[in-house]
Design a protein around this ligand. Structure first.
Ligand SMILES: NC(=O)c1ccc[n+]([C@@H]2O[C@H](COP(=O)([O-])OP(=O)(O)OC[C@H]3O[C@@H](n4cnc5c(N)ncnc54)[C@H](O)[C@@H]3O)[C@@H](O)[C@H]2O)c1
Length: 275
C-alpha cells in the first residue's frame, strides 16, 4: 500500500454509460487496468472482453430503468459518457435527460453511496453555461425525464450546444446536495478527440482548433488521453474536486482568452460569453 494507490480502482465497481466506443470505451478499459470491476451500458454492441455489457437506450426512460435494475448493486464510479451530435433524433434525451434520469434512479435505489463519484462529459459547447444559468435552472427544476425532454424541445434547445450547457449547469448545481450524501460529481470538457463520433462529424469537430494545434505542434486527443482525466476525477485522488467542468483542450481556451494565440481569442470569448 502507498499513497499513490488513491489513483487506483482496486475493489471498485465502475459503470460506464456509452462505453462501446470512443472516450467511454477508453475509460472502461482504463478502469479495468486500474483494478475495477466494470459494467458497460450502451446502445451499441460492446466488444470489450472482461466487462459486463448491459443494453441501454438513453432516449427511452423504460430502457434506462431496466438497465439500472439489471446492473443493481453498489456503484463506486459512474462515467456518463454517451453523447450524440446535432441531427440525431432524441438528442435532448440522450445527451441530458437520459443521463440525469439514470443518475436519479441510481440514487433512488441507493446504488451510489458515500464515497462514490460521477463524471459526465460535456464539451466546448458547454463552456459559458453560467450566463444561461437562470434559464437553465428552469430545466434543472423539471422533476423527471419526460418533463426535462419536453422543456428542451419546447424551448428550442434540443441540440448539442444546449444539452452540453445543461450538463455543466447540472454538475455545478448538484455538487453541494450530492456532497451532503458523500457523493462527488464533475464533468470533463474534452477538446477535439479522435473517436467515431468526431470522425462522423470531422468537418466541424476535428477542424475545430486545428490551426492552434498546428501552431502548437499537437494532434487531436486520443480517447485514452481524455479517459485519464475522467478516471482521475472519480478516483480517491480527487476528494476535494466536485462541481467542476475540467477543460481538457490542450490549452486552446486559455491561449485564446489570454491572447497568447490571438486567432482563438474571439471564439474563446464568445464561448465564455465575455464580449
Ligand atoms: N470526440 C470529441 O471530439 C468530443 C469532444 C467533446 C465532447 N465529446 C463528448 O464525448 C462523449 C463521448 O463521445 P465520443 O467522441 O467518444 O463518441 P462515440 O460515438 O465513440 O461514443 C459515444 C457512445 O455513446 C453511445 N450512444 C449513443 N447513443 C446512445 C443511446 N441512445 N443510448 C446509449 N448509448 C448511446 C454510442 O453507442 C457510443 O458508444 C460524448 O458525450 C461527446 O459529446 C466528444
Amino acid at each position: 500500500m502507498s499513497s499513490f494507490d488513491a489513483f487506483r480502482y482496486d475493489g471498485k465497481r465502475v459503470v460506464v454509460v456509452g462505453g462501446a466506443t470512443g472516450i467511454g470505451a477508453a475509460a472502461a478499459q482504463l478502469a479495468l487496468d486500474a483494478g475495477a470491476e466494470v459494467v458497460v451500458m450502451d446502445y451499441a454492441k460492446v466488444a470489450m472482453p472482461g466487462v459486463r455489457a448491459i443494453h441501454v437506450n438513453l432516449a427511452e426512460r423504460d430502457s434506462i430503468d431496466k438497465a439500472v435494475d439489471e446492473c443493481g448493486g453498489r456503484v463506486d464510479a459512474l462515467f456518463s459518457c454517451a453523447g450524440v451530435a446535432d441531427g440525431t433524433p432524441g438528442i435532448e434525451r440522450i445527451n441530458f435527460a437520459g443521463h440525469r434520469h439514470l443518475i436519479d434512479r441510481m440514487l433512488k435505489k441507493e446504488m451510489l453511496g458515500r464515497g462514490s463519484a460521477i463524471c459526465m462529459i460535456s464539451s466546448a459547447a458547454g463552456l459559458g453555461w453560467e450566463k444561461s444559468f437562470a434559464e437553465l435552472s428552469e430545466l434543472l427544476d423539471t422533476p423527471d425525464f419526460d418533463t426535462a425532454a419536453k422543456w428542451l424541445v419546447e424551448h428550442n434547445k434540443a441540440d448539442y450546444f444546449n444539452t452540453k450547457q445543461a450538463v455543466c449547469a447540472y454538475v455545478a448545481r448538484e455538487a453541494f446536495p450530492l456532497l451532503q450524501r458523500g457523493i462527488r460529481i464533475n464533468a470533463a470538457c474534452p477538446g477535439p478527440t479522435d473517436t467515431p463520433l468526431a470522425q462522423a462529424n470531422k468537418e466541424t469537430w476535428l477542424t475545430f482548433g486545428s490551426d492552434f494545434r498546428d501552431a502548437a505542434g499537437v494532434r487531436p486527443s486520443t480517447p485514452l488521453e481524455q479517459a485519464y482525466s475522467l478516471l482521475f476525477l472519480c478516483s480517491n485522488a480527487a476528494p476535494a474536486i466536485t462541481g467542476i467542468t475540467l477543460v481538457a483542450d490542450a490549452g486552446w481556451l486559455n491561449a485564446g482568452i489570454t491572447g497568447t494565440y490571438p486567432p482563438a481569442t474571439d471564439i474563446a470569448k464568445l464561448l465564455l460569453g465575455r464580449f
